[in-house]
Design a protein around this ligand. Structure first.
Ligand code: ATP
Ligand code: MG
Length: 462
């Protein structure tokens, strides 16, 4: 799989990887796109802008996906009109954004994003510029510099994202050999890869995201600088990385994405504690995270809801035991050590990826549930069943078992318990006898032999 993803195809003829000043024009008869496949509202916006005298095209992901026979998530329009000029054309338009000023045109629940052509930064004119700025490592901090269509193509990330479709003439404008790369299934940065990653390190994550989503290879020059530049992701605001990590892990291709992130050393700057767990307990950590992501992918593809809390709970879980054990070695009792470890781990993770409170609380609840699921005596089992977080906690238990954690068949017990009637449940509780771990007050004392507690790869600890 990885081999396939990183495969790099040698271009058949001399292919220009940089931008053309005149585009290759692909006429209606030479491509498979049809106007009516695109959102009617997006097409109307383009027509309206064009008749007002502006240039306007459908652009980016929607053109790329359409060429690949994938239903686009949304439809973006690029135009020579400024945000104010766009707003003047549409009653239902709102200017949004600070980093990128954009216009959202609303049609009921559909929102079409209309963006003015932008230019890359002219490096030497930057000193006194108010519209654009970079930090010392070359990262772009603001870029509201309007530009021409050619410049707009040049500042886009990948060749396959720089295709412009005019639904009126039904022609595609290709400035960066994007059609060639779509046909050869390659992710290729426009321009010098190192410079483009330095401008915006998130492009490294985007390369991985598109490679996984489209099942494309990453072209060799595009993949080459990534391992070295990966630490630059530490400079990216944690809020942006949260948004980006949702796209990485909720796209339906999270399992492949994870493999590539690890291989390209991008996982470490995103999840430092988990990356460390991956080094210390590779088999266990890898199995647990992959299994969680495979399940997530399945749910996404079946259109079932997925909660980021469960996902982050799984991504971070392998880092938890080591910390709790360390705190215990400093004299903290097991349960407070576990709680403190959970608190520290989430706090540190939020420095990298700003997971909002509405997700960090459920992460803690899912983890707490792992402590409570073994304790089932008296009314405890029924109380747990009524807990709104039971389902997530139970699924998480099954996940841990699938990664080889020894739980004394606790998952099966809970599966049976849910399927039983009232009297059978009473019987199950009775049968627990001394096996239940919650009968004593305070932190439990384990009766099992130490060997049973050992995890698949030699013990990720308690
Ligand atoms: P999808 O929406 O399916 O994830 P997309 O290609 O539409 O994919 P968006 O994040 O919606 O991705 O961005 C829209 C377009 O804006 C991209 O196709 C690309 O041309 C451009 N773009 C987005 N992010 C960047 C970036 N960091 N650097 C350069 N260009 C970018
Ligand atoms: Mg998009």
């Amino acid at each position: 799989m990885l081999k396939k993803l990183f495969q790099s195809f040698r271009p058949p003829a001399r292919v220009q990887h940089h931008i053309r000043t005149t585009p290759e024009v692909i006429n209606h008869s030479q491509h498979s796109l049809q106007r009516h496949q695109f959102s009617r509202h997006a097409v109307n916006i383009v027509e309206r802008l064009q008749s007002a005298g502006y240039q306007a095209y459908l652009v980016g992901g929607c053109v790329r996906d359409m060429m690949l026979g994938i239903t686009p998530k949304d439809f973006d329009v690029a135009t020579s009109a400024t945000p104010e000029q766009i707003r003047a054309e549409f009653r239902n338009a709102r200017v949004i954004g600070r980093r990128f000023k954009l216009v959202h045109v609303h049609f009921g629940r559909e929102i079409i994003e209309v963006a003015t052509f932008r230019a890359n930064h002219p490096v030497d004119e930057e000193e006194n510029s108010h519209q654009s700025s970079r930090n010392e490592s070359g990262r772009i901090l603001r870029d509201n510099v309007y530009g021409t269509l050619e410049e707009d193509a040049q500042r886009r990330d990948f060749t396959i994202n720089a295709l412009y479709y005019d639904p009126v003439s039904e022609r595609i404008l290709d400035y960066a050999n994007g059609v060639h790369d779509i046909r050869n299934r390659l992710i290729r940065l426009i321009g010098d890869p190192t410079q483009r990653y330095q401008e915006d390190p998130v492009r490294m994550l985007r390369a991985v995201r598109f490679a996984a989503k489209l099942n494309f290879g990453i072209e060799k020059h595009t993949v080459l600088p990534i391992r070295q530049l990966a630490p630059m992701l530490r400079e990216i605001p944690a809020a942006r990385l949260f948004e980006e990590s949702l796209k990485l892990f909720l796209s339906g291709h999270a399992a492949d994405t994870f493999e590539m992130l690890v291989d390209l050393q991008l996982f470490d700057p995103l999840f430092p504690a988990s990356a460390q767990a991956l080094e210390e307990h590779p088999t266990y950590t890898h199995t647990l995270i992959s299994q969680a992501l495979i399940n997530t992918d399945l749910r996404v593809r079946q259109g079932k809801p997925v909660t980021p809390a469960f996902l982050f709970a799984a991504l971070l879980w392998p880092a938890l035991p080591g910390r709790a054990l360390y705190l215990q070695s400093r004299g903290m009792p097991p349960i407070p050590a576990m709680n403190e470890a959970a608190h520290e781990l989430i706090f540190e993770q939020c420095q990298r990826i700003a997971i909002p409170k509405r997700f960090t609380l459920p992460i803690r609840e899912i983890w707490d549930m792992q402590e409570r699921l073994p304790r089932r005596s008296g009314k405890r089992a029924d109380l747990l069943l009524d807990n709104p977080r039971f389902r997530a906690g139970y699924d998480f238990l099954l996940l841990r078992e699938s990664a080889g954690e020894e739980t004394d068949d606790l998952g099966q017990w809970w599966t049976d318990y849910q399927e039983c009637n009232e009297s059978e449940r009473r019987e199950m509780i009775r049968e627990l006898g001394g096996r239940d771990e919650g009968t004593g007050a305070g932190p439990r004392k384990r009766k099992r032999s130490p060997s049973k507690r050992r995890r698949a790869d030699g013990g990720a600890g308690e």
